[in-house]
Design a protein. Structure first.
Length: 152
């Protein structure tokens, strides 16, 4: 059923304005998110996120990572809106830092040409100098050898 999928037909009125209405047989139907402008959709999405944040924090352990992703996405969108050119991020492997239980963190690490610093968003480990970058590479190789079962 069309109504169950929360989709809406789009019609143009006599002046050429887009009108969203209830579906009738033969209408071309679009998902609701395709018929909303950013000025309509963004406040609704923000309201949804704010209303569900207490639940997410209480019952979803990885919400911190999601919030970091939202911050990155916000920064990228702000840069695009301001027509700023920002260098992209490049994946440089996984975090080799050992957690409290002895396992490697294994969070994907990224670097950018705009900064010489690398920081793990999960465990907080940092690599900032050329020497620390070399150590990072050696630690990553050691974890890979360990995973493969090869003696160091």
């Amino acid at each position: 059923m069309v109504d169950e999928r929360t989709t809406f037909p789009v019609r143009r009125d006599a002046e050429g304005r887009v009108r969203v209405g209830r579906p009738a047989k033969g209408d071309r139907v679009y998902p609701h998110w395709r018929t909303q402008t950013a000025t309509q959709a963004v406040p609704e999405r923000i309201k949804f996120l704010i209303n569900n944040l207490p639940w997410a924090v209480d019952s979803y352990e990885s919400v911190g990572q999601d919030i970091d992703e939202l911050r990155k996405l916000h920064a990228e969108c702000t840069a695009v809106a301001a027509n700023e050119r920002r260098p992209g991020r490049v994946n440089i492997g996984r975090c080799p830092t050992r957690l409290d239980d002895g396992r490697p963190c294994r969070t994907d690490l990224t670097a950018t040409a705009a900064s010489h610093r690398v920081r793990c968003g999960t465990c907080g480990a940092r690599w900032e100098t050329l020497g620390e970058w070399k150590q990072l590479r050696e630690q990553q190789d050691a974890v890979l050898r360990e995973d493969a079962g090869v003696a160091a």
